[in-house]
Ligand binder design. Structure first.
Ligand SMILES: [Zn+2]
Length: 186
């Protein structure tokens, strides 16, 4: 069994990919549990929803929760799929790693870096301990090269500093390549 980390910038269809994997495994008779960190409240508690309209119930994991305790109350899955995995703590990623070593496949989807260009805690730990690391590529919104940064903006200017966790959508973020991000204008 493996721990997978599929990473991409915002709007790179990570959630749609996660949900399609879930439906695919369920069609083949597998017990799948979908988890998400409590910090992402965009679509309401315990629902994971993608921009293309797919949605599914999820188990909500808060900071400080032990993932084993929460999942064992709900189900005994063969496969665990995690959305927005960047927001898990290092300890929670290590708990997911333990599942893999007891024969359960774990697939994590998430962002690699925040808008300041630094790794999220969960993503850092995933890069350190995953078996398979795969990029879901997207294009820079400005020039078409590969996007690697979730750029935060305010009044047409890029914001480089602040609390790295700031939940938002296209009203606040766009995806850029490194050069366009450094140039500072949208
Ligand atoms: Zn660019």
């Amino acid at each position: 069994m493996k721990l997978y980390f599929y990473y991409g910038v915002m709007s790179s269809s990570k959630t749609a990919n996660a949900l399609m994997k879930k439906f695919h495994f369920e069609e083949h008779g597998k017990k799948v549990v979908l988890i998400k960190p409590g910090i992402d409240t965009r679509y309401g508690k315990s629902i994971v929803k993608s921009r293309v309209g797919l949605e599914s119930e999820a188990i909500w994991i808060n900071k400080g929760d032990n993932i084993h305790e929460i999942i064992s109350k709900a189900d005994s899955p063969q496969i665990i799929i995690a959305d927005e995995a960047q927001f898990f703590t290092e300890k929670q990623i290590d708990e997911l790693r333990e599942y893999v070593d007891s024969g359960i496949m774990v697939m994590c989807y998430g962002l690699k870096t925040d808008y300041t260009g630094h790794l999220f805690e969960g993503s850092k730990r995933l890069i350190e301990v995953c078996d398979t690391l795969r990029e879901i590529p997207s294009m820079c919104a400005k020039c078409g090269r590969k996007a690697i940064i979730n750029a935060k903006y305010s009044e047409k200017k890029i914001v480089y500093n602040g609390n790295p966790i700031d939940i938002g959508g296209e009203d606040k973020y766009t995806v850029l390549c490194y050069q366009c991000w450094k140039n500072g204008n949208l």
